[in-house]
Design a protein around this ligand. Structure first.
Ligand SMILES: *Cc1c(COP(=O)(O)O)cnc(C)c1O
Length: 442
């Protein structure tokens, strides 16, 4: 049993109010702390690398809203852009310039993307990309990989990562069997399984969707050649390749994982479609899907694939996203690497000193700690870790004022606002947390 050596009475009171009116007291399951136990912290404000909770306690934030807060909380340029946009009006229900500018910024950064359509969440982006792939190919089947999370789209919840992994749900209730039957789930990083699948049913497969570099089962980058294998096999069989960069987009590099893996990974060609979210909304609901012009031309009003949104391209959200992307300079990406190096390096050292089995995996500045000896290349391996070690580690860090993702199956996120003082606070908390993890695994 982990004990919680601290109290959070104001958060606890808010949780009790929330439980009366919201299932589990939260609006996204992983926030409920069910996997780690204890009281989720109700945050009241954020500034740079820090969050403050309802009890007035300050934390170094290593969740960063699950990725979007790449410049830190309350960045002055983003705040100014939001204030200016809000002054001008909250929502028009017409096209507006910010949408165009944000689309231009995305298209300029990710070379294979000719056009994008803006939506309000990553889930909508993947859902729409799949409909588009089906409309374009006239086929129904979708291939996904176990442990990859693409939002809570019905057909993509099979063997999904993120909260689904955290709660060890095989699948979600409420997804019709017929719908699940349209999805083929394969092990990640297994090119042979992919080839065998296409050899059998290749002419019925509309698309393969993959996280560009998975972060929702912990960080599990593609093995050399795997991304290229997806591209080659889909192209041979007339299926589309959808690269889900909702998490990695504009975080792993200027051009996301695509920019980082570069020519080596994409030697067999670029994906047909991409999905984006998180960073590109700057903390507001904005996401996108985009890619090849001929595929995007299938979308209404140009083509027969319908897709729409009352708040899609919202002027305030797009202002936040645009200011965030413009703020993501080369210096910002350098700082993210430096911070990730410092924190992941120190975590590795302290866990080693304490004798805790662990492996740290990186994708750009995203990283996660698996509490096991061997590297992780797929979902089965990600699940075969000593979760109690993580739980003890997590609670020790929380008690010392470091807010980690409350699950062993999530990436840790840093921001460019994590200055040396914030990094030092994290590093100082690690020895006690590593010792707690060591006690948990006995
Ligand atoms: C977060 C995430 C999504 C879902 O985005 P939401 O905005 O939560 O709907 C989809 N795909 C990946 C890879 C993600 O990390």
């Amino acid at each position: 049993m982990t004990d919680y050596p601290y109290e959070a009475p104001a958060s606890q009171a808010l949780l009790e109010r929330a439980l009366a009116v919201t299932p589990g007291g939260v609006n996204s399951p992983v926030r409920a702390f069910r996997a780690v136990g204890g009281t989720p912290r109700f945050m009241v404000s954020g500034s740079g690398p820090y969050l403050r909770d309802a009890d007035g306690r300050e934390y170094v934030d290593l969740v960063c809203s699950w990725g979007p807060m790449i410049l830190g909380h309350g960045h002055p340029d983003v705040l100014a852009a939001v204030a200016q946009a809000a002054q001008a009006g909250f929502s028009f229900g017409t096209p507006s310039e910010n949408e165009v500018a944000l689309a231009e910024e995305i298209v300029a950064r990710v070379e294979p993307v000719d056009q994008v359509r803006l939506v309000s969440s990553g889930t909508e982006a993947t859902m729409s990309a799949i409909r588009l792939a089906r409309g374009f190919t006239g086929r129904s089947l979708i291939v996904k990989f176990a442990g990859c999370y693409h939002g809570h789209v019905d057909s993509l919840l099979a063997a999904a990562g993120s909260g689904v992994a955290t709660f060890a749900l095989p699948d979600s209730a409420g997804v019709p069997k017929e719908m699940a039957a349209e999805t083929i789930v394969l092990p990640y990083n297994d090119a042979e399984a992919l080839e065998a699948c296409f050899a059998e049913r290749g002419d019925q497969i509309a698309a393969v969707i993959t996280e560009a570099s998975p972060g929702n089962m912990g960080v599990v980058p593609p093995l050399p050649g795997f991304t290229a294998a997806i591209r080659r096999v889909t192209a041979e069989h007339g299926a589309l390749m959808i690269s889900d960069e909702v998490m990695t987009g504009f975080r792993c590099s200027r051009a996301g994982w695509f920019g980082l893996e570069g020519d080596a990974g994409y030697a067999a060609g670029a994906p047909d479609l991409f999905t984006f979210g998180k960073v590109m909304g700057g903390g507001f609901p904005a996401a996108a899907f985009g890619g090849r012009r001929d595929v995007m031309a299938m979308l209404a009003p140009e083509g027969p694939v319908y897709q729409a949104g009352t708040l899609a391209g919202n002027p305030v959200a797009t202002a936040a996203g645009l200011a965030t992307l413009r703020g993501c300079t080369d210096e910002v990406y350098e700082r993210l690497q430096t911070v990730a190096d410092a924190i992941s390096g120190a975590a590795g050292e302290e866990l080693a000193k304490a004798g805790v089995p662990h492996v740290i995996q990186r994708a750009g500045s995203m990283f996660s700690v698996f509490f096991r000896e061997e590297p992780v290349t797929d979902y089965d391996q990600a699940r075969a870790q000593q979760v109690p070690a993580f739980t003890a580690f997590f609670h020790s860090m929380l008690a010392q004022g470091v807010h980690l993702p409350p699950s062993a199956f999530e990436a840790w996120f840093v921001s460019a606002a994590h200055d040396d003082a914030a990094v030092e606070r994290v590093v100082a908390a690690l020895p006690a947390a590593a010792a707690a993890a060591a006690r948990a695994v006995g």
